[in-house]
Design a binder for this molecule. Structure first.
Ligand code: SF4
Length: 687
């Protein structure tokens, strides 16, 4: 038995699913995963959720890509790395020569490591010569980042997950925390139950946190901006705005107060369809609490007013003095494990690593010096603009890592059409995704358990993951693949370990200045900004805000009605979201048999009222029709949704909900407005 014991390997890793960033030991024997053992991780202590605990079998799934694939006239054929890399570098080189660097674009996966992402953006900028680089937060979190950039300067959580537990009042807007960020939700549940923490949930659907809340209210979809602005106005009107804090730390008070004029409580009650006394009770909770955290996610960010609503959240936190102290502030809840990191390392068309603008000639000069090549001063295309460019013939080639855009974007048919227009399309992934169908070359990457690197979780915490398993078949870590392509296109990179990539990032990005692998050994973590002596910062805004005068700024916003309105024909409002057991498009969780069998098939949640009105019961088949597409689905009658609202889980094995959602998007970021879709239901004959 000692022999057997010796063959068991224990490796510290970080969860590959959500951005809570739970860390734990994984016990393996050869390629078999024996168990997950949490060890007091900084984000999760000794907790994990079902995905972290049981969600790992996908790494050995028979469908893992193990060899490069090249498109032929009749499907794909396996190829050697040599052949695939030569083809990719030649084609990209040729397209760059014929049509210029801006005809090529790159998408970084927010599931890969900081080091993988850093090298991909360096490849785009210094080898291809374009700022056409983006990541999947375009689909989820870009509006939250925009709202925070406008007001407080950094797109990141204001404090740590531990802080959330200490806050007096938690306000959750449009986030299904118990299912999407389970271990973080546990902190709130505990503090709410044991420490008298107050909880307010604004959500059209009664999710688990809403059921536990002191106040749950259901704003009409797309109207959160209005009640948030009304709260700010109420604070000024009733003498509860923190004027001393504002005077010292916030610019633009006068213009902001003027912008709040329309937003009376009565107006908010009417527009949001929430009783006036409920809104007043919410305001009183905010007045009574000396620390408040506002948490939000896709219920806010997937609307046409998403960036403005995120801005309104931050304005309200500034009005009530809820920044610069532990236990308060803005908490955009990132989705994928490394959404935060992908933005931080510069997978963005307007920023270099560390949120440094590509427009700033001094900053550009520093990158040019380190990388040894001139860089483009033009802001690049985001992933939406790349697709528009493909339709217009300006955009010809894409190198995409780990992002299943066909399943994830809001209008699957439109994206597929864009892919078909590309002259050359490279997809790097661990499985053959829907998107792979459109690729010319598919490169087999390695999942987290097969590589070293770092992830940055939602609270800006940088954590190391270690190589637990050998690469399966011919698959390779993403950074190695990118380096191979870059070197075939004239670069001369010689990174031999991700730590060297981190050292380069740290030398260029002030928020990463003191990040080094030896400071992240084992369970050690750092929350950016990290000073060069290694001091990190759990509270993001300790000494002011990253603007020239050190002050935050109020950013006025206004309201317009959602683009997709209900009418006589399309008379129901469709919402969608996550399930606890599955992760996003499910390309990993669907390949974990234990998880797959636990969860039911796809369903449409409808309210009691609607069920009675239309004579439908649970189990009845219906066709759901939007202005963009339709699908057939079974009904589930529930008290979670009310009135004319219906709900479908974001993803399922029967296909994603995005055949129903349209192309309208947040006006500032192009994040698709998945949560704004009018539908109708046709009840199908009983079978
Ligand atoms: Fe993984 Fe998130 Fe679950 Fe933690 S809460 S185990 S990070 S999926």
């Amino acid at each position: 038995s000692k022999m057997r014991e010796e063959r068991i390997k224990r490796t510290k890793t970080v969860c590959t699913y959500c951005a809570v960033g739970c860390s734990y030991d994984v016990w393996t024997k050869d390629r078999k995963i024996l168990k997950i053992v949490p060890q007091h991780g900084d984000a999760n202590q000794i907790s994990t959720c079902v995905k972290g605990k049981f969600g790992w079998d996908f790494v050995n799934h028979e469908e893992r890509l193990q060899k490069p694939l090249i498109r032929t006239e009749n499907g794909f054929r396996e190829a050697s790395w040599e052949e695939a890399l030569a083809l990719v570098s030649e084609k990209l080189g040729q397209i760059k020569k014929d049509h210029g660097p801006d005809s090529i674009g790159i998408i970084v996966s927010s599931k890969t490591t900081n080091e993988d992402g850093y090298l991909m953006q360096k490849f785009a900028r210094s080898v291809i010569g374009t700022n056409n680089i983006d990541n999947c937060s375009r689909y989820c979190q870009a509006p939250a980042t925009t709202g925070l950039f406008r007001t407080v300067g950094y797109g990141g959580d204001a404090g740590s997950i531990e802080d959330i537990g200490k806050s007096k009042l938690i306000v959750i807007v449009g986030a299904n925390t118990a299912e999407a960020h389970p271990v973080l939700a546990t902190r709130i549940k505990r503090s709410h139950k044991l420490l008298g923490q107050r909880l307010i949930v604004a959500d059209p659907r009664e999710n688990e946190m809403a059921r536990r809340a002191n106040i749950h209210f259901r704003p009409r979809p797309g109207t959160d901006l209005v009640w948030l602005c009304a709260m700010s106005r109420y604070m000024f009107d009733h003498g509860h705005a923190k004027l001393d804090f504002i005077k010292q730390w916030v610019n633009n008070e006068e213009e902001f107060r003027k912008s709040l004029e329309p937003f009376t409580m009565e107006y908010a009650a009417k527009i949001c369809e929430v009783p006036l006394d409920t809104l007043e009770a919410v305001a009183l909770e905010m007045v009574a609490a000396d620390t408040m955290c506002i948490l939000w996610a896709m219920g806010v960010t997937q609307h046409i007013r998403a960036s403005d609503t995120s801005t309104a959240i931050s304005n309200l936190l500034l009005t009530t003095g809820n920044y610069m102290r532990p236990g308060c502030g803005a908490y955009p809840l990132r989705g994928h494990n490394n959404v935060q990191g992908a933005g931080d390392i510069g997978a963005s068309p307007n920023n270099y690593p560390g949120y440094q603008s590509v427009n700033d000639p001094d900053i550009r000069g520093r990158f040019e010096k380190t990388w040894g090549v001139p860089l483009s001063p033009e802001v690049g295309m985001n992933n939406h603009e790349m697709m528009v460019g493909a339709y217009e013939g300006r955009f010809r080639a894409m190198y995409l890592s780990g992002e299943d855009m066909i399943s994830a974007d809001s209008n699957a048919n439109w994206i597929a059409g864009g892919f078909e227009k590309l002259e050359f399309f490279v997809v790097q992934d661990i499985f053959f995704s829907e998107t792979c169908r459109y690729a010319d070359v598919i490169l087999p990457a390695s999942p987290a358990l097969e590589k070293d690197g770092t992830f940055t979780n939602t609270e800006r915490r940088i954590q190391r993951l270690y190589h637990a398993l050998p690469e399966l078949g011919d698959s390779m870590a993403d950074w190695k693949i990118t380096q191979e392509i870059a070197n075939r296109m004239g670069a001369n990179w010689s990174y031999s370990h991700p730590s060297e990539i981190m050292d380069e990032l740290a030398s260029l990005s002030p928020i990463h200045a003191g990040v080094r692998y030896d400071r992240l050994e084992g369970y050690n973590t750092l929350q950016w900004p990290v000073a060069s002596d290694g001091a990190d910062q759990p509270v993001l805004y300790l000494n002011g805000f990253p603007f020239p005068d050190n002050k935050a700024r109020f950013w006025p916003v206004s309201f317009t009605e959602p683009e997709e309105q209900l009418d006589e024909d399309f008379d129901l409002f469709l919402n969608n979201g996550r399930q606890l057991e599955h992760f996003h498009e499910g390309n990993m969780t669907y390949r974990v048999s234990g998880i797959r069998e636990e969860t039911p098939e796809r369903y449409l949640e409808i309210s009691q009222e609607l069920a009675e009105e239309r004579g439908m019961a649970t189990g009845r088949w219906v066709r759901v029709i939007s202005r963009h597409g339709s699908l057939v689905i079974k009904v589930l009658v529930t008290s979670r949704v009310h009135g004319k609202q219906v709900y479908i889980p974001l993803f399922s094995q029967e296909g994603p909900v995005n055949v129903l959602t349209g192309s309208h998007a947040d006006n500032a970021t192009h994040t698709p407005a998945y949560k704004e879709t009018a539908v109708k239901i046709k009840v199908l004959p009983e079978q």
